[in-house]
Design a protein around this ligand. Structure first.
Ligand SMILES: [Cu+2]
Length: 177
C-alpha cells in the first residue's frame, strides 16, 4: 500500500511538472529568455550548438546550481535531432575519444560546464541544416524528474585554436566535437 501510494504521488508530481512545462511553452516569458529553468538552477553564459555539415553535432552550455540540493542531468532532447546523447571526451593512449555517460552532475552550489573538449550534448540525426544565429530549443531532464528548456544558439565556429568572436574564449580543438 505504501509503495502504491508513493507511486501515485510521484505520478501526480510528474503530471504537475508536465502541466507546468506546457504552460511555459504556451506562454513563454519575455522575448530572449534563454532558459526556462527550475528554481535553484541558472544558466551561465550562452548555450550554443556547433554548425557542422552532416547530421551530427555538439551542444555546449553551463549551468549553476544555487540550491542546497544536488542535481544530475540524465537526458536531453530537441525537436531538431532524432536523439541527444550525453557525451564526454576521454584521453585514451593520447587520442581524444568520445563516450556516452549516464549522467552529468550538477552539485549543490556548484557549476556544470559542457564545453569543447569535455562534456557535451551529442546531437544525432539532425533533421536539417542549422541557420547561423537561430535559437534551438533543447530540453534537459534531471534525475529528480525536473526539466528545463533552454535556447541554444547555432554558431559557426572557425576550427582553429583561438577563441571565436562571442565564444567563451575556450580554444576550439580541431576535433569536430
Ligand atoms: Cu560526442
Amino acid at each position: 500500500m505504501v509503495d502504491i501510494n508513493g507511486r501515485a504521488k510521484v505520478r501526480a508530481a510528474l503530471v504537475l511538472a508536465g502541466t507546468l512545462m506546457i504552460g511555459t511553452v504556451v506562454a513563454p516569458s519575455a522575448a530572449g529568455e534563454p532558459c526556462e529553468c527550475p528554481v535553484g538552477v541558472e544558466l551561465v553564459g550562452d548555450p550554443w550548438v556547433r554548425m557542422i555539415p552532416g547530421s551530427m553535432t555538439a551542444g555546449y552550455l553551463q549551468l549553476r546550481n544555487t540550491s542546497s540540493r544536488d542535481r544530475r542531468v540524465v537526458a536531453a532532447s530537441a525537436a531538431i535531432a532524432e536523439v541527444i546523447e550525453l557525451h564526454e571526451h576521454v584521453h585514451d593512449d593520447g587520442v581524444m575519444r568520445m563516450r556516452e555517460v549516464v549522467g552529468m552532475d550538477l552539485p549543490a552550489g556548484d557549476n556544470l560546464a559542457l564545453e569543447p573538449g569535455g562534456l557535451h550534448l551529442m546531437f544525432i540525426g539532425v533533421h536539417r541544416p542549422l541557420v547561423e544565429g537561430e535559437r534551438i530549443p533543447v530540453m534537459l531532464e534531471f534525475a529528480d524528474g525536473g526539466r528545463l528548456v533552454l535556447q541554444a544558439e547555432a554558431r559557426r565556429v572557425v576550427m582553429r585554436d583561438r577563441p571565436a568572436a562571442g565564444s567563451s574564449g575556450v580554444g576550439v580543438p580541431l576535433h569536430p566535437h
